[in-house]
Design a protein around this ligand. Structure first.
Ligand SMILES: Nc1ncnc2c1ncn2[C@@H]1O[C@H](COP(=O)(O)OP(=O)(O)OP(=O)(O)O)[C@@H](O)[C@H]1O
Length: 257
């Protein structure tokens, strides 16, 4: 449970998706998805493998186009955007990859400086240094500045991956399976970090996961996806305090893993 009250603006829809459909040939992946995400809200998308979570995320940032439906992200109708406009949008939507996607040949500090230098032409060395130090402090890993990624634990790599996304100060953070492959204690640390990011930077986040413990710890709202549709939506306790056959099935599946 969170030890703070998230500052969510329920009037401000940062993501507004209506009746989204997407098929690949005869594979009908998204079958009428609607989703509202508000400023400052952590929304968890729970669903088994292959239900279309990644397809949904890709449509949100214009990497795939929908067959029909509306996709509004940060006030922009994504399917109508030009290549340049999509580039600008993607800078405001930070994607945290499952494995952190760090460059093995660069130190932690260089890994963090890289996106900053690439996306902020003319930024001074002093400013880069300051921002790298700030973001490392935010993820609690200041001591790793000069280390190589290979010297980090799995959990530390995840934290640095999050820091590397955070350094561009995105409006939206997308976390893809943030706790996959981690032991329970490290999972808790990552869940805490996701909450700290929400509290400290007031970002809006979408967290894709199969992990119910993670969903419970970080989600203000949980949406459960099954066969291309959202079958439930609400706070964790509401969604899982349910005798609904479909939800029980998901719950049982999760704990057998
Ligand atoms: N570019 C594509 N071309 C054709 N089919 C695709 C494409 N991208 C995804 N799919 C199909 O869409 C379905 C949903 O895939 P998706 O990757 O979104 O699942 P997921 O819910 O993210 O699963 P996981 O949790 O395993 O990552 C799958 O059947 C996949 O094969």
């Amino acid at each position: 449970m969170k030890n703070f009250k998230p500052n969510i603006d329920w009037q401000d829809k940062v993501i507004d998706i209506k009746d989204l459909f997407k098929s690949f040939g005869s594979n009908h992946v998204l079958r009428g998805i609607s989703l509202e995400v508000h400023k400052g809200e952590n929304v968890v998308v729970l669903g088994r493998s292959g239900t279309g979570k990644s397809v949904l995320i890709k449509i949100m940032v214009g990497l795939l186009s929908p067959d029909s439906g509306e996709v509004n992200v940060l006030g922009k109708e994504v399917p109508t955007l030009s290549v340049q406009e999509l580039r600008e949008l993607r800078l405001r939507v930070g994607f945290c990859f499952q494995n952190g996607a760090l460059y093995d040949s660069m130190t932690v500090g260089e890994n963090l400086a890289f996106p900053l230098k690439r996306n902020t032409p003319g930024i001074s060395r002093a400013k880069v240094k300051e921002m790298v130090a700030n973001v490392l402090d935010a993820v609690g890993l200041s001591q790793t500045l000069d280390q190589m990624p290979s010297e980090l634990s799995g959990g530390q790599r995840k934290r640095i991956g999050i820091a590397r996304t955070l350094i561009l100060r995105p409006d939206i953070m997308l976390y893809d399976e943030p706790t996959a492959g981690l032991d329970p204690i490290t999972c808790t640390e990552i869940n805490n970090l996701i909450n700290e990011v929400q509290q400290r930077f007031n970002t809006t986040s979408i967290i894709i996961t199969h992990d119910l413990t993670c969903a419970k710890a970080v989600g203000d709202t949980i949406v459960v996806m099954k066969e291309g549709k959202f079958i439930k939506r609400g706070p964790f306790d509401e969604v899982f305090d349910s005798n609904d056959e479909l939800i029980r099935e998901f719950y049982d599946y999760n704990f057998i893993q």
